[in-house]
Design a protein around this ligand. Structure first.
Ligand code: FPP
Ligand code: MG
Length: 322
């Protein structure tokens, strides 16, 4: 077994027991929705990043698990809300919470999870920690609003797309590493290195996610292939595809995507053309640039076992297929 898998296996029970304890204390109306999303088998990447960064920078205490779990609760809240906004029917191979429990229930359960996460964070009595977590929640919400705004626009530039990626995914992953660094009591210079590491890793993670949407079936991700295309979401693979078309054809296709949507034959054609042009691969190549930038930030960390494991996390993202 790889060192990172072993590390995760060893630390997962601590995180899971914090999550179960939190869920057990929830109001009975919120509990089933929280259980649904938390038991769907997420990768727990965010808590692990928090743990690894804290320890890589010298944190030796035992009370990091609640903070790590709080980051997973925030992530779960964003997913509950995101699936409503995207009208998604499946996540992680399960019917989404808003379909099982109702839209209002899923919205409010997401709000409750956010509040509980914040309460956990206040227990550390650290203003820098509270500040960095609240900023991440704010930026994530703004990133999502920007994405929704863009859905109404006829086209999207790569620059604007990158801004959305930073907002909706980058900042929360940045915060996982930043909060770990804050817990370690490191100097500002190392907190900055942790932030840059997390941000670049987060951007790369989302780019791979967007590439996977066009490259694998639901058997791996638990989400149907081409979902972004059906949702009219312009992500990097589709932006690259549109850039390779004549203006006339591009405008025509965009009008359909943004209008009533493509029919199944048109969808199939776009998916096949994108595969033929290797646009998923190109998106992953772009993601590798951010993984390299993340690795450069890690070089500024002290030489520890956890730093080596963080390099492994970068490798995992590079090769990720689900
Ligand atoms: C997934 O993107 C969505 C996010 C990473 C962020 C969602 C954020 C919100 C809904 C704003 C609400 C904010 C808070 C803090 C509750 P995606 O749809 O591209 O990925 P997917 O394929 O996994 O759905
Ligand atoms: Mg979504």
């Amino acid at each position: 077994m790889s060192a990172i898998k072993e590390y995760i296996q060893f630390n997962l029970p601590g995180i899971e027991s914090c999550l179960s304890e939190t869920v057990a204390g929830l109001n009975p109306l919120v509990k089933p929705v929280a259980t649904h999303i938390l038991e769907a088998g997420g990768k727990r990447l965010r808590p692990m990043l928090c743990l690894l960064t804290a320890r890589a920078l010298g944190y030796e205490g035992k009370d990091i698990y609640p903070l790590a779990a709080a980051l997973e609760l925030i992530h779960s809240a964003t997913l509950l809300h995101d699936d409503i906004l995207d009208q998604a029917e499946m996540r992680r191979g399960k019917t989404t919470a808003h379909i099982v429990f109702g839209v209002n229930e899923a919205i409010l359960a997401g709000d409750a999870l956010l509040a509980v996460a914040n309460r956990i964070v206040t227990e550390y009595e650290s203003l820098p920690l509270v500040r960095c977590i609240s900023q991440a929640i704010y930026w994530t919400a703004v990133g999502e609003i920007q994405e929704i705004q863009q859905l109404k626009e006829p086209s999207l530039t790569v620059e604007k797309y990158m801004e959305i990626v930073v907002g909706k995914t980058g900042y929360l992953l940045q915060t996982c590493c930043q909060s770990g660094a804050i817990m370690s009591g490191s100097l500002q210079e190392q907190v900055e290195a942790a932030k840059t590491f997390g941000l670049n890793l987060g951007i790369a993670f989302q780019l791979v996610d967007d590439a996977l949407d066009y490259s694998v079936s639901h058997l791996n991700t638990g989400k149907p292939k081409g979902g972004d295309l059906r949702e009219g979401k312009l992500t990097l693979p589709l932006i690259l595809f549109l850039q390779g078309m004549s203006r006339e054809k591009r405008d025509d296709l965009l009008k359909k995507i943004k209008g009533k949507g493509l029919d199944p034959f048109e969808q199939q054609w776009v998916l096949e053309e994108m595969e033929r042009k290797g646009l998923s691969r190109k998106t992953r190549d772009e993601s590798n640039k951010y993984l390299q930038a993340a690795a450069r930030s890690l070089n500024r960390f002290p030489d520890t076992r956890e730093r080596d494991l963080l390099y492994e996390v970068l490798e995992y993202i590079k090769d990720r297929e689900d």
